[in-house]
Write a protein of this length. Structure first.
Length: 176
């Protein structure tokens, strides 16, 4: 018969586990904010960090590397609490939220590439053009604004003349 106490009861002091989870989460969050947002892909920065840390914390309990599942569960709860707490702080105090949460960065303004943002995010001209082509745009001059969003995706707003062209195309009946 399995010894349930050795499986579920944390072997390390709970305060130590909470402290380890807190320091790890906050340090990695700070480092990832400094690195930039381009590499996070479709997930938000906090989401990506949370997934990685939760998987790591819970895997020790699953594989038996930790002394108990309870150790991993305490770490997972700590990480989830910090994620919710930072979201709540950012919502409650918007000025602090601007520090905690990434904001969209303008890649293109009125048809002109913002080379400073591109340099900061290590985006080449070809990569920006690739993102525009994914939106069906071949000419930068057609773009009023393009933003690198916090989740790493690029959003594009067309200039009025270009948006009107697309609207006219959408109203035309399909060719038979």
């Amino acid at each position: 018969m399995p010894d349930f106490a050795s499986i579920f009861v944390p072997t390390a002091p709970i305060l130590e586990l909470v402290l380890r989870g807190t320091v790890t989460f906050l340090a990695l969050m700070l480092l990832m904010r400094l690195v930039g947002q381009r590499e996070s892909g479709g997930l938000g920065l906090t989401d990506l960090l949370l997934v990685v840390l939760v998987v790591d914390a819970s895997s020790a309990g699953l594989t038996g590397e930790a002394s108990s599942i309870g150790d991993g569960l305490v770490l997972v709860v700590t990480l989830l609490c910090w994620s919710v707490a930072l979201d709540a702080v950012g919502y409650r105090w918007p000025r602090l939220g601007r520090v905690l949460k990434a904001r969209p960065k303008p890649l293109i303004r009125d048809g002109e590439l913002d080379r400073r943002v591109m340099r900061r995010e290590f985006m080449t001209y070809d990569e920006v053009m690739s993102q525009l082509r994914l939106h069906g745009i071949e000419d930068v001059a057609r773009v009023r604004r393009a933003y690198l969003e916090p989740n790493g995706m690029v959003s594009v707003l067309l200039s009025e003349a270009s948006a009107g062209d697309n609207a006219e195309d959408a109203l035309r009946p399909p060719a038979v």
